[in-house]
Design a protein around this ligand. Structure first.
Ligand code: HEM
Ligand SMILES: *[C@@H]1O[C@H](CO)[C@@H](O)[C@H](O)[C@H]1NC(C)=O
Ligand SMILES: *[C@@H]1O[C@H](CO)[C@@H](O)[C@H](O)[C@H]1NC(C)=O
Length: 360
């Protein structure tokens, strides 16, 4: 009697196990450490570890991460239904002689060379298109506050170089930038979402005399300081005309792209921009969704395997949205007509200088 009950209990347990196993469909990877929903993803775990140790200095959100994120964009945005280009296909690595010479790709040759060497030295078997998006997603996971980006595996080899003039430039006007993104399939809100990338970013070449100059005061943290600080009243470039605000950052050591300044103030994008200031969850979820779309430009998701589970889980954001020391609410150049700028705390004390991102 007892043993019969026990037997049926054991059978029930077994059935539950099979059922839940079927729901998640996890397989054990040959390394004996990881499991994956698709066995094809298993091979990526050691590659992710190598990226962290050998490319990203053991897990930093530094220059190599910033450059790798920029590269995901410059490879993928080479896509136009009219003009051609294979999108997120790795063409910027394979046809680097052609694409790194494009004006808009200035400075990208560094990370293209680094990733190309990495692929050779580590006998990487995933395609260049996959590798660029994988490195970007792994790199972003090192930045506290970032969302855990998706990664899809299986992009074929690129067929040709992207045509020139598909990558937006910082002195393009907002109409031109939005039209370029529209052509690639992104609406204005998605453009704002993608520009959260400039929260973990710096410029080497906009002003070559000050390499590593960040776009916000916290280039190692995926936070909304970028959206706040671009909204501060700017100071005019000496000797040039221009509209107030569409110009230099008032913070010493910080640089502002004309395109970011204008998109922050344009009626088509200003309210979406402002909405990121005190809504970190929105900044994360919209960036994640737009990055997924970017990483799949020119690709068919149904032909790829979802290996997002190999991407490390980022740490929580550090700090809260604030006005940098020396700035007050009156220094905000309100641009959204529909709602006031959110109330945020102001750092006390005298204005400080933003440190450059050290070269790796
Ligand atoms: C309106 C569209 C955009 C324009 C005009 C633009 C322009 C620029 C420029 C001029 C730089 C500085 C390059 C240098 O001097 O070193 C830069 C850096 C960067 N951009 Fe953008 N960008 C745009 C959109 C994006 C998007 C959509 C992403 C990614 C999803 C992105 C990611 C980055 C990153 C991470 C950096 C920093 C690179 C580093 O620190 O080395 N950008 N961008
Ligand atoms: C890559 O492959 C070569 C030749 O098969 C081998 O000598 C080398 O050790 C491999 N490198 C790595 C990092 O696995
Ligand atoms: C934006 O730039 C385009 C292309 O350079 C130009 O044709 C257009 O007139 C500009 N629009 C505005 C509003 O300045």
């Amino acid at each position: 009697m007892f043993s019969k009950q026990l037997a049926s209990f054991v059978i029930t347990l077994g059935a539950i196990r099979v059922a839940s196993g079927a729901l998640t469909r996890r397989v054990a990877c040959a390394d004996g450490v990881h499991t994956a929903t698709n066995a094809a993803c298993c091979a990526l775990f050691p590659l992710v570890e190598q990226l962290e140790s050998d490319l990203f200095d053991g897990g930093e959100c530094g220059e190599e991460v910033h450059e790798s994120l920029r590269l995901t964009f410059h490879d993928a945005i080479g896509f136009s239904p009219e003009l051609g280009g294979g999108g997120a296909d790795g063409s910027i690595i394979v046809f680097d002689d052609i694409e790194t010479a494009f004006h808009a790709n200035g400075g990208i040759d560094d990370i293209v060379g680094v990733q190309k060497n990495f692929m050779q030295e580590h006998n990487v078997t995933v395609s260049p298109g996959d590798f660029i998006q994988l490195a970007g997603a792994v790199g972003v996971s090192n930045c506290p506050g970032a969302p855990r980006l998706d990664f899809f595996l299986g992009r074929p080899q690129p067929k040709a170089a992207s045509p020139d003039l598909l990558v937006p430039e910082p002195f393009d006007n907002t109409t031109k930038i939005l039209a370029r993104f529209r052509d690639a399939g992104f609406n204005p809100n998605e453009v704002v979402a993608l520009l959260a990338s400039h929260s973990i970013a710096a410029a080497d070449l906009v002003d070559p005399t000050i390499p590593g100059t960040p776009f916000d005061s916290t280039p190692g943290i995926f936070d909304s300081q970028f959206f706040i600080e671009t909204q501060l009243r700017g100071t005019l470039f000496p000797g040039t005309g221009g509209t107030e605000g569409e110009v230099m950052s008032p913070l010493r050591g910080e640089i502002r792209l004309q395109s970011d300044a204008e998109i922050a103030r344009d009626p088509r994008t200003a309210c979406e921009w402002q909405s990121m200031v005190n809504n970190h969850a929105k900044m994360q979820s919209t960036f994640k969704a737009a990055m997924k779309k970017l990483s799949l430009l020119g690709q068919n998701e149904r032909h790829l395997v979802d290996c997002s589970e190999v991407i490390p889980v980022p740490k929580a954001v550090v700090g809260t949205p604030h006005l940098p020391a020396g700035q007050t609410r009156a220094d905000i150049q309100q641009a959204c007509a529909a709602s006031p700028f959110p109330v945020i705390s102001a750092d006390r004390g005298p204005a400080t200088s933003v440190a450059p991102v050290p070269p790796s």
